[in-house]
Design a protein around this ligand. Structure first.
Ligand SMILES: NC(=O)c1ccc[n+]([C@@H]2O[C@H](COP(=O)([O-])OP(=O)(O)OC[C@H]3O[C@@H](n4cnc5c(N)ncnc54)[C@H](O)[C@@H]3O)[C@@H](O)[C@H]2O)c1
Length: 325
C-alpha cells in the first residue's frame, strides 16, 4: 500500500508516517514546513519506503502527481494552533478551506480513498458533554477570529461529505480531540508542551484563565492507531468519528501533574487572564470531552497510553534529565 500524508512533517503527521511505515506501507509526505519540521521526520528519511516532498498543497501539479501515485490519502495539512488562528486568520481560512478543496478534487480525479483530519473545535462552545458526532454545534460570532478555525474545518467536513454523497468518493473524517506527545511544540499555543517547556526552563507553568477548564488528552500514538484502524475499515467510509481520550483533567491539575512527573522544584501555576494571553474577547470552553463509542464499537479501538507516560516522553524528547532531580 502507498499512502500520501499531507502535513506529514507535522506533529501528528510524523507519527502517522512512522505508524504506516511500521505496517509496511510506502509513505509519501507533502509538507511546506510552515509549522512542520524536518527534525520530525529526519529519522525516516533514510528509509527507502519514505519520501518527503517539500511543497504546498496549493501546488496543484505536485498534489495531483502525489495523489495519482497513492492508494490512500491522509489529509492532515492545516493551519493549526490558537496563536496562529488569532494572529493570521487569513492564512488559517485559506489553507484549511482551499487546501482541502484541492486535495478532494485530486482524490476525486484519481478516485482515491481519503481520510480527512478534523477537530473537536467543530463542537464550538456547546455545553453538552460528552460530544457525540451528530451533536449540534454552537459557534461564536464571525467577528471573533477564534471561531474561523472551527468554521473552516466544518466547511472541510461539509465538502468531504458532499464529495462522498454526490460523487461517491470514499471519504472518512476523523475529529481529533486534544492530541499530545513528543514533537508537539508549545510555540503555537499547545498547552502540554508549553507546561513541559516552562518547567524544564525552571519557570512556573502559565495557566490561561482560572485553570478550572478541563480537557481530555490522548497520546498521539494511540490517535495514530485509531486513524489507521479507520482506514482499514470499509464500513467507516462516508462518516465521521471522534478520536480522543474520555478522561478529563483540569488545566490547573495538568500543570501540577507535569511538575510531579518531571520532578525537581514545585512551581505554583501562574494564572494569566485570557485577555492578556490572547485578544480581548477570547472565549474558551469549560469542557471538551469526546464520546468515542462510535469508533470503539466499529473498530475496537481504545487509548492505551497513560497521560503521565506521555508527559514523561515529551520531557525526554525535549532533553529533560530526570536523574538530575
Ligand atoms: N494536535 C491536536 O491536538 C489536534 C487536534 C484537533 C485536530 N488536529 C488536526 O490534526 C492535523 C495535524 O495537526 P498537528 O497537531 O500535527 O499540527 P502541525 O502544525 O504539527 O501539522 C500541520 C502540518 O501541516 C503542514 N502544512 C500547513 N500548511 C500546509 C500547506 N499549505 N501545504 C503543505 N503542508 C502544510 C505544516 O507544515 C505541518 O507540518 C491538522 O489538520 C489539525 O487541524 C490536531
Amino acid at each position: 500500500m502507498r499512502a500520501l500524508i499531507t502535513g506529514g512533517a507535522g506533529f501528528i503527521g510524523s507519527h502517522l508516517s512512522e505508524g504506516l511505515l511500521n505496517r509496511d506501507y510506502q509513505v509519501s509526505v507533502i509538507d511546506n514546513m510552515s509549522t512542520g519540521n524536518l527534525d520530525n521526520v529526519k529519522s525516516l528519511i533514510p528509509n527507502p519506503r519514505f519520501e518527503l516532498i517539500n511543497a504546498s498543497i496549493h501546488d496543484e501539479s505536485v498534489l495531483n502527481k502525489a495523489v495519482r501515485d497513492a492508494d490512500v490519502i491522509f489529509h492532515l495539512a492545516a493551519a493549526v494552533g490558537v496563536n496562529l488562528i488569532v494572529d493570521d486568520p487569513v492564512k488559517v481560512i485559506e489553507t484549511n478551506i482551499l487546501g482541502t478543496h484541492s486535495i478532494l478534487k485530486a482524490a476525486n480525479l484519481y478516485r482515491k480513498k481519503i481520510l480527512i483530519a478534523s477537530t473537536s473545535e467543530i463542537y464550538g462552545k456547546g455545553v453538552k458533554s460528552p460530544f457525540s458526532e451528530y451533536d449540534d454545534r454552537l459557534l461564536g460570532p464571525t467577528t471573533t477570529s477564534r471561531w474561523s478555525y472551527a468554521a473552516s474545518k466544518a466547511v472541510d467536513e461539509f465538502l468531504a461529505f458532499a464529495y462522498n454523497r454526490q460523487l461517491d468518493l470514499p471519504v472518512i473524517i476523523f475529529r481529533l480531540f486534544n492530541t499530545v506527545g513528543p514533537r508537539q511544540i508549545g510555540k503555537y499555543g499547545m498547552v502540554l508542551p508549553r507546561f513541559v517547556e516552562s518547567i524544564i526552563a525552571g519557570t512556573p507553568p502559565q495557566v490561561y484563565g482560572d485553570g478550572k477548564q478541563t480537557r481530555c488528552f490522548c497520546d498521539v500514538r494511540d490517535a495514530v492507531n485509531a486513524i489507521i484502524l479507520l482506514s482499514h475499515t470499509e464500513s467507516a467510509i462516508g462518516d465521521v468519528y471522534n478520536i480522543g481520550s474520555e478522561t478529563e483533567i483540569s488545566i490547573h491539575e495538568l500543570a501540577k501533574l507535569v511538575n510531579k512527573v518531571l520532578g525537581g522544584p514545585i512551581y505554583e501555576p501562574e494564572l494569566i487572564p485570557y485577555e492578556q494571553a490572547y485578544n480581548p474577547g477570547f472565549e474558551d470552553m469549560l469542557k471538551r470531552q469526546p464520546d468515542t463509542s462510535k469508533i470503539r464499537n466499529l473498530t475496537g479501538w481504545e487509548p492505551e497510553i497513560a497521560l503521565k507516560d506521555t508527559i514523561s516522553d515529551i520531557a525526554s524528547h525535549l532533553g529533560h534529565n530526570f536523574e538530575k532531580d
